[in-house]
Design a protein around this ligand. Structure first.
Ligand SMILES: [Zn+2]
Length: 74
């Protein structure tokens, strides 16, 4: 995965390291008895935040939350 630098949502400095995973659609194949069928799985693109802000000292979990990368359903 390509590593990228994001802006801190609190102090707007480029201090947040993240992996960017682009959206992709994968094709899977399920094996049954004799028959096989394909299905597709769609994944939204996402950023995986790797550190908090070294400038304003915000911890990684607050940066994630502020950027809206909460897990769905929470
Ligand atoms: Zn900051």
């Amino acid at each position: 995965m390509p590593e990228t630098i994001l802006y801190c949502p609190f102090c707007q400095k480029q201090t947040i390291k993240a992996f960017h995973r682009p959206a992709y659609t994968g094709v899977g194949r399920s094996r049954g008895s004799g028959q096989s069928s394909t299905y597709s799985t769609h994944h939204e693109d996402e950023y995986i935040i790797l550190n908090g802000c070294s400038d304003c000292g915000k911890p990684i979990n607050e940066v994630r939350e502020k950027m809206g990368f909460k897990k769905k359903g929470s």
